[in-house]
Each structure stands twice: as structure tokens, then as C-alpha cells.
Design a protein around this ligand. Structure first.
Ligand code: IDP
Ligand code: MG
Length: 167
């Protein structure tokens, strides 16, 4: 089945200069990148992205982590990978959530670590299933940032919207 999945290179991945390595590993999947951007993650976006974790004792640390406050890199690289069986293919390459339990040749197994404060720094996020992928992709991207039509869209007329343009 053709699917799409959200991939984030988290701030620890960027700080450790792993972007090239991770993209090379992901290219083994033969999936296509159909959207990509660098994002400065707001608290609101972080909380919404990790809303399923809000009752965890490490939630506050997790929010700081994805916002880059633990690594002095206030950005993530957000991408959408698209193609046959995309969700599972990327999940397998990423490896288990806990970097110590992840297959040592997976991305998380090779590059992740567990900090003394307890949050798993596992360098990459990837959606778990189709429902999560849809929720996450719609949270991180607008339709016109994606070069293929993946979910239904509609045209709305917005009045008095202020946008920044080149001066
Ligand atoms: P996933 O990223 O593999 O989908 P989730 O359960 O959705 O895993 O958790 C989101 C993120 O929260 C993980 O990637 C990891 O950074 C962190 N995390 C999850 N479970 C734990 C835990 O038990 N201890 C510390 N950090 C965790
Ligand atoms: Mg998850």
C-alpha cells in the first residue's frame, strides 16, 4: 500500500551532524521525499505532537528535547517520506524507541542515547501507523508544502490575513 510518513531529525541528530548519515540510511528504502523543511518548534507544536505522552513523568523534558533546548539547536528537519509501505519501512530502519534496546545497526541503535534525566534521545521521529501519520503530517505541513496530493484538500477564502513578504 502507498503510504506517507512524517520523519523528523530531532535536535540531537542535527547537533551530532547526523543528517547526511540518516538521509543515506533512509534512501535504502527507495521511498521518495515529498516535503522537507527546517522548523523552529513552538511549545504549542511540541505539546500537540507529543500529546499522547502528556501524562508521562518525562513529558516536560520531552518538550524541551524536541524544542532543542537540551542541545542548543532550536530546530528540527521535518520531512515526509512517501511510497510503498512507507510507515513500516522507516520504522524498521529507525529501530526501537529505547536506543539501548534498538537493533545496533538501526538509526536509533547506532546514534541514540539515554540521558541521566531519563529522556530517550533517539535522533529521529517517525510515525507509527496511518492514523498517526495523517495527524502528524497535517500538524507539521500545509498542503501546498507537499508535492503530491496525499489527503483531501479544500479551497477557502481568507480575508485580512497578514503575511511576511520580501521588503
Ligand atoms: P516513538 O518515538 O518510537 O514513536 P513514543 O512512545 O511515541 O515513541 O515516544 C515519543 C518519544 O518520547 C520517544 O521517541 C522518546 O524520545 C521519548 N520516550 C518514549 N518513551 C520513553 C521512556 O520510557 N523514557 C524516556 N523517554 C521516552
Ligand atoms: Mg510515537
Amino acid at each position: 500500500m502507498i503510504q506517507q510518513t512524517l520523519v523528523l531529525i530531532k535536535p540531537d541528530g542535527l547537533k551530532k551532524s547526523l543528517t547526511g548519515n540518516i538521509l543515506t540510511r533512509l534512501s535504502e528504502t527507495k521511498l521518495e521525499i515529498v516535503a522537507a523543511k527546517i522548523v523552529r518548534v513552538s511549545r504549542q507544536l511540541a505539546e500537540e505532537h507529543y500529546r499522547h505522552m502528556r501524562d508521562k513523568p518525562f513529558f516536560e523534558e520531552l518538550i524541551k528535547y524536541i524544542q532543542g533546548e537540551l542541545h542548543d539547536r532550536r530546530k528540527v528537519l521535518a520531512m515526509i517520506y512517501w511510497g510503498e509501505d512507507a510507515i513500516n519501512k522507516v520504522r524498521v530502519l529507525a529501530g526501537a524507541t529505547n536506543p539501548e534496546k534498538a537493533d545496533p545497526v538501526s538509526i536509533r541503535g547506532a546514534y541514540g542515547r539515554i540521558t541521566t534525566l531519563g529522556v530517550y534521545e533517539n535522533v529521529i521521529h517517525t510515525s507509527t501507523n496511518e492514523e498517526e501519520a495523517e495527524r502528524e503530517i497535517k500538524l507539521w505541513f500545509n498542503p501546498d508544502e507537499i508535492i503530491v496530493d496525499i489527503y483531501p484538500t479544500k479551497i477557502v477564502t481568507k480575508e485580512k490575513v497578514e503575511i511576511k513578504v520580501w521588503a
